[in-house]
Design a protein around this ligand. Structure first.
Ligand SMILES: *[C@@H]1O[C@H](CO)[C@@H](O)[C@H](O)[C@H]1NC(C)=O
Ligand SMILES: *[C@@H]1O[C@H](CO)[C@@H](O)[C@H](O)[C@H]1NC(C)=O
Ligand SMILES: *[C@@H]1O[C@H](CO)[C@@H](O)[C@H](O)[C@H]1NC(C)=O
Ligand SMILES: *[C@@H]1O[C@H](CO)[C@@H](O)[C@H](O)[C@H]1NC(C)=O
Ligand SMILES: *[C@@H]1O[C@H](CO)[C@@H](O)[C@H](O)[C@H]1NC(C)=O
Ligand SMILES: *[C@@H]1O[C@H](CO)[C@@H](O)[C@H](O)[C@H]1NC(C)=O
Ligand SMILES: *[C@@H]1O[C@H](CO)[C@@H](O)[C@H](O)[C@H]1NC(C)=O
Ligand SMILES: *[C@@H]1O[C@H](CO)[C@@H](O)[C@H](O)[C@H]1NC(C)=O
Length: 432
């Protein structure tokens, strides 16, 4: 595994922007300047220092404002203030930027910096890579970069290896049916976005070769992640299971630059690959691929989990409505109920995401962490799925920010042996 120096400069930039009202002597360079510079060389205890200091720092804004001193900054940066000042100055090659007047948003909202990762509802693009417009087997219309720009913070997808010599590929149900390319290529795209969005934290929710006898090994995932460049961002948890009270704040994850949490459903080994998390140690899911428009909030995976365990863990709300299509083959295929999307992704109403989130809040005493949807850009208005998340998070959503237009490149799906019957069946089901 590649070891990565903690990004003190990002830390300083982030910190100075958070604290700009209090600490006027520290410059506030743009984060992008700092990402590319590589001046940091820090003692091993740095991360722990950042972690513990940041907890203090983010406890409450007012307590921090009251107590912020040069010593606080020293503790957080791990450097004496004068050294920190020199390094910050050294990294600025152009003229000084004006100090920002407000705190820096984390995942779009300043409020989220102080919240735990486990206390925020985020929208997940179900089967994020399966982008193919006007095609029954796809789940999204807009490509991953647009998804991320619009506010998607969870990317779900199935990983498959059609044969033992194949790279890990992104296939829908089977690589014979829909194959949208390699995991490495997809992750390389996501890494580029993370590079240019240093205050964003995302999750990957992955399935491991489901429907096949063999699982893809953790080391194969590690190789692919390394080649894509995303490895430096992977979050490693302190233990193999975590309750909601144990997750770090978004601010802490951003300061440490560990901004990607990866969950895999089966076949992990966290001793071998500690950032590839067994999903069920950290969160559970409501019924998967529902064909029930009532969208029950009950716990389905992992099976037979004790209620108090569920109450203490994050959870995924599967809110994608499917129609089962009988192809006359061994496995029937579930495809999104396209004609009902406006209702399913709506902020309110029968069968809506908004109502489903409310019902789950009532049942579990808190909102679902992950709102998993097909075609996130559909709904009763543009961005209605993000409105639902904002309501659950007690923040306001700017509807103008959704949804981006379809990119002309990027989606290069290859269809093989896709039965033409699928399309006629789907057509009848949807529009008949
Ligand atoms: C953070 O708080 C702990 C107690 O909660 C205290 O022991 C520690 O000194 C504080 N660290 C800083 C840098 O303020
Ligand atoms: C860093 O820059 C500030 C102005 O932005 C200046 O006041 C300060 O003296 C500089 N510090 C060093 C060590 O160059
Ligand atoms: C294995 O799968 C890859 C990717 O689909 C394909 O290019 C290759 O031809 C396959 N190899 C064999 C031996 O089937
Ligand atoms: C997590 O929650 C479970 C269930 O209430 C509890 O048994 C366990 O002790 C908790 N773990 C930690 C580390 O708090
Ligand atoms: C809500 O949807 C269910 C199932 O789709 C249907 O039976 C019911 O009549 C609907 N209720 C309203 C008020 O539309
Ligand atoms: C976060 O905490 C608040 C207050 O307890 C709660 O209302 C909300 O549902 C929580 N959200 C999540 C996703 O845990
Ligand atoms: C929703 O966004 C699309 C572009 O993605 C736009 O064409 C459409 O007019 C928007 N609808 C509303 C109601 O704003
Ligand atoms: C929601 O946010 C407002 C401030 O914007 C606050 O007064 C209120 O207590 C918050 N509600 C919850 C449940 O956290």
């Amino acid at each position: 595994m590649v070891s990565y120096p903690p990004p003190v400069l990002i830390s300083l930039a982030f910190l100075t922007q958070c604290l700009s009202a209090q600490i006027s002597s520290v410059a506030s360079p743009q984060p992008s300047n700092l990402i590319s510079s590589n001046l940091a060389s820090l003692p091993g205890s740095f991360s722990a220092t950042v972690a513990s200091s940041l907890r203090n720092a983010t406890a409450t804004a007012s307590s921090f404002a009251a107590s912020s001193t040069t010593e606080d900054v020293t503790a957080i940066a791990g450097l004496p203030i004068s050294t920190a000042q020199t390094k910050v100055n050294a990294s600025i090659t152009t003229s000084a930027h004006p100090r920002p007047s407000n705190t820096r948003p984390c995942n779009g909202y300043p409020e989220f910096c102080q919240r735990r990762f486990s206390n925020i509802s985020m929208v997940v693009a179900h089967n994020s890579p399966f982008v193919k417009s006007h095609n029954a087997a796809s789940n999204q219309m807009l490509p991953v970069l647009t998804q991320l720009n619009d506010g998607i913070r969870g990317l779900s997808f199935e990983t498959q290896k059609p044969n033992s010599s194949s790279e890990i590929r992104l296939c829908h149900t089977s690589c014979d049916l829909l194959d949208v390319g390699t995991l490495e290529s997809y992750l390389t795209t996501v890494t580029g976005w993370l590079d240019s969005h240093p205050y964003e934290v995302i999750a990957l929710l992955m399935g491991n070769n489901n429907g096949h006898d063999e699982r893809i090994t953790p080391s194969e995932f590690a190789t692919t992640f390394q080649k894509s460049g995303i490895l430096k961002y992977m979050y490693t948890p302190p233990s193999t299971s975590m309750n909601i009270t144990e997750w770090p704040t978004l601010g802490e994850m951003i300061l440490r630059n560990k901004r990607v949490v990866s969950f895999l459903d089966y076949g992990t080994n966290q001793e071998e690959v500690p950032w590839l998390l067994s999903e069920w140690g950290y969160q559970w899911e409501t019924p998967f691929s529902p064909v029930d428009p009532a969208f029950p909030c009950t716990e389905q995976r992992p099976p037979n989990q004790a209620d108090d365990v569920s109450r203490n863990r994050m959870y995924v709300l599967n809110h994608n409505l499917n129609i089962q299509v009988d192809l006359g083959t061994v496995d029937d295929i579930l495809i999104p109920a396209y004609s009902l999307l406006d209702q399913v992704n709506a902020a309110s109403g029968n069968g809506s995401l908004g109502l489903n989130v409310e019902n789950c809040e009532k049942m579990w005493g808190r909102s679902p962490n992950w709102l998993l949807v097909d075609y996130y850009n559909f709904g009763d208005f543009n961005g209605s799925v993000f409105q639902v998340a904002a309501t659950a998070n007690n923040v306001s959503y700017n509807r103008e920010s959704c949804c981006g237009v379809q990119a002309t490149s990027g989606a290069s799906a290859r269809f093989r042996n896709l039965p033409s019957a699928l399309f006629s069946v789907a057509f009848l089901v949807f529009f008949g």
